[in-house]
Write a protein that binds this ligand. Structure first.
Ligand code: ATP
Ligand code: CA
Ligand code: CA
Length: 151
């Protein structure tokens, strides 16, 4: 069993409904159980700023899958909920990012864990710290400290 943390984001359509459906689909997926869901918070877009505000959160899961299979499950749920990939960092009905997968560090084609932009993203660090402030992220250290360094 591995404890993993998944970032949730949406900025098109009924954002909260879509995110909660994503969590339900995750809970229903083989080899995955949902442990905790953070509060969802509204955040301003970063990077491509000319788009609607996001709703963001984090879900903690326990899984028997390996990281690649978990990522595949996330991408399948995005497709099922109608995500269309267009502009990079553009608007999306739902985005599921694998933020942390146990103590693993992975750098493969199509899969980097911990998520490479986690350290600079308040919208991911805040809900992660809400769930587990003492979580030590491989290569980054304690979530609460990484968040404090952003201030
Ligand atoms: P960002 O990665 O900066 O958050 P994004 O979420 O908009 O951007 P996507 O278009 O959703 O990017 O994903 C592009 C690809 O990133 C996916 O097809 C996936 O293979 C790859 N990827 C690599 N590492 C991860 C990860 N840890 N979590 C999710 N996707 C990842
Ligand atoms: Ca993302
Ligand atoms: Ca993504």
């Amino acid at each position: 069993m591995t404890r993993a943390y998944i970032g949730l984001g949406a900025n098109l359509g009924p954002r909260e409904v879509t995110i909660l459906r994503a969590v339900d689909l995750l809970a229903a997926a083989d080899g995955v159980s949902v442990v905790q869901v953070s509060q969802l918070r509204e955040t301003d877009p970063v990077g491509v700023v000319d788009q609607p505000a996001f709703l963001n959160g984090v879900v903690a899961v326990e899984t028997t899958l390996d990281a690649r299979a978990l990522l595949d499950t996330l991408l399948e749920i995005e497709r099922e909920l109608g995500r269309v990939r267009a502009e990079r960092w553009g608007p999306r009905t739902v985005d599921l990012d694998l933020l942390v997968f146990g103590e693993e560090t992975i750098d493969e084609s199509g899969l980097t864990v911990p998520h490479p932009r986690l350290a600079e993203r308040r919208f991911a660090l805040e809900p992660l710290a809400e769930l587990t402030p003492d979580l030590v992220v491989p290569g980054l250290g304690r979530v609460s400290e990484t968040l404090a360094e952003l201030d």
